[in-house]
Design a protein. Structure first.
Length: 354
């Protein structure tokens, strides 16, 4: 995480509608579909007349939504008067009834409904770096949904980036190394108190046998420590093919897990008092060799060059293809409340084409 002043605000693209295109659907007079000035991410769907129920419209246009999401990677539903978390939950369940819990998550969250959470509880002054949700896991939700309940006084955007473009713009030599070696993710989860998250929070259970079963299923090495904590280690690819389109995407959280994400000064201070193997989270190449901080900075710069950030409006709903599109969070002045839900079918590493 980096502080607000370190975020290059010139990379933010403001939400400016400049182009419309007709969509041949039976209810084409009810909505309008538009693009951003910066390109096709996100696609914006607005009501063309008052009092359109988003849940009902969605039910009649699921094929359209799926097709456009697969093309653009992100759809912003704006102006539909989604007035409560309950309304958001009903919409999400209309799109996909198979919501999932945030098991193995790396961000502190609060559950506010049935599989509906706050987007993150990281302090407001920090930038949450770009990532695809649960990209370090052996399975992840194909879709992720955000709902703006309360707009921040300032900032607080949820920037998004096309993971296909990120892959294309990363230096070919860096891409080659990550594609060949993959990534090792290591976590030290405390059992009651300490830095980072507890294993009970991450796995949403206090049952050690359930945690062990999950780890075995996911090919995760695990070790229970004498202090009641848990150490896990897993090797994952850094680049995958989208399960439906076959397109290559940059799909990992290596730059977020590595200590360099804290910034050089803070990382040095942390490592002066904590052994690297004892950090709450850490990452290296899949073969155990260390990562290069300069190469990770290059990855972060590519994300900043490709990300699109637009101001939230109250009632906005943003739907992402979680494999095609990365997201983050800009620093903000409270209050701000954005909720998140995940589902749309589970993507498993074991099912992806080589």
């Amino acid at each position: 995480m980096i502080r607000q002043e370190e975020v290059n605000s010139s990379n933010l693209k403001k939400l400016k509608i400049t182009k419309r295109r007709a969509v041949q659907i039976s209810q084409e007079d009810l909505v309008r579909i538009e693009n951003l000035e910066s390109g096709p991410l996100p696609l914006v769907i607005r009501p063309n007349v008052e009092d359109i129920d988003l849940e009902a419209w969605t039910e009649r246009n699921l094929e359209l939504i799926e097709r456009e999401l697969l093309t653009h990677g992100a759809i912003l539903f704006r102006g539909f008067a989604v007035g409560s978390p309950a309304a958001f939950e009903r919409f999400v369940n209309r799109v996909t009834p198979d919501l999932v819990n945030y098991v193995e998550g790396s961000s502190p969250r609060i559950m506010v409904g049935d599989k509906v959470y706050t987007s993150t509880e990281y302090p407001a002054e920090y930038f949450v770096s770009m990532h695809n949700e649960l990209s370090y896991a052996h399975k992840w939700p194909s879709k992720i949904f955000f709902y703006c309940q309360t707009v921040a006084q300032q900032g607080g955007e949820t920037p998004i980036a096309d993971s296909r473009k990120v892959w294309e713009r990363i230096d070919p030599e860096i891409r080659r190394k990550f594609q060949e070696k993959g990534v090792t993710y290591t976590r030290n989860l405390h059992g009651d108190r300490g830095a980072g998250l507890s294993w009970q929070t991450v796995f949403e259970t206090s049952d050690r046998e359930a945690v062990e079963a999950y780890c075995r299923e996911g090919g995760i090495e695990f070790h229970w420590r004498e202090d009641g904590g848990l150490t896990t280690r897993q090797v994952r690819p850094a680049v995958i093919k989208h399960p439906k389109t076959g397109e290559l995407v940059w799909f990992n959280q290596v730059d977020q897990w590595h200590p360099s994400n804290l910034g050089a000064e803070l990382a040095a201070a942390l490592l002066a008092t904590t052994r690297e193997e004892d950090l709450p989270v850490n990452a290296c190449f899949g073969d155990g060799t260390p990562l290069d901080a300069a190469e990770l900075d290059h990855v972060r710069n590519v994300f900043r060059e490709t990300m699109v950030a637009f101001p939230w409006e109250q009632g906005d709903v943003l739907m992402l293809d979680n494999t095609l599109t990365a997201h983050g969070r800009m620093p903000f002045t409270p209050p701000r409340r954005v909720l998140v839900a995940m589902g749309g079918g589970t993507v498993r590493l074991s099912d992806l084409a080589e």
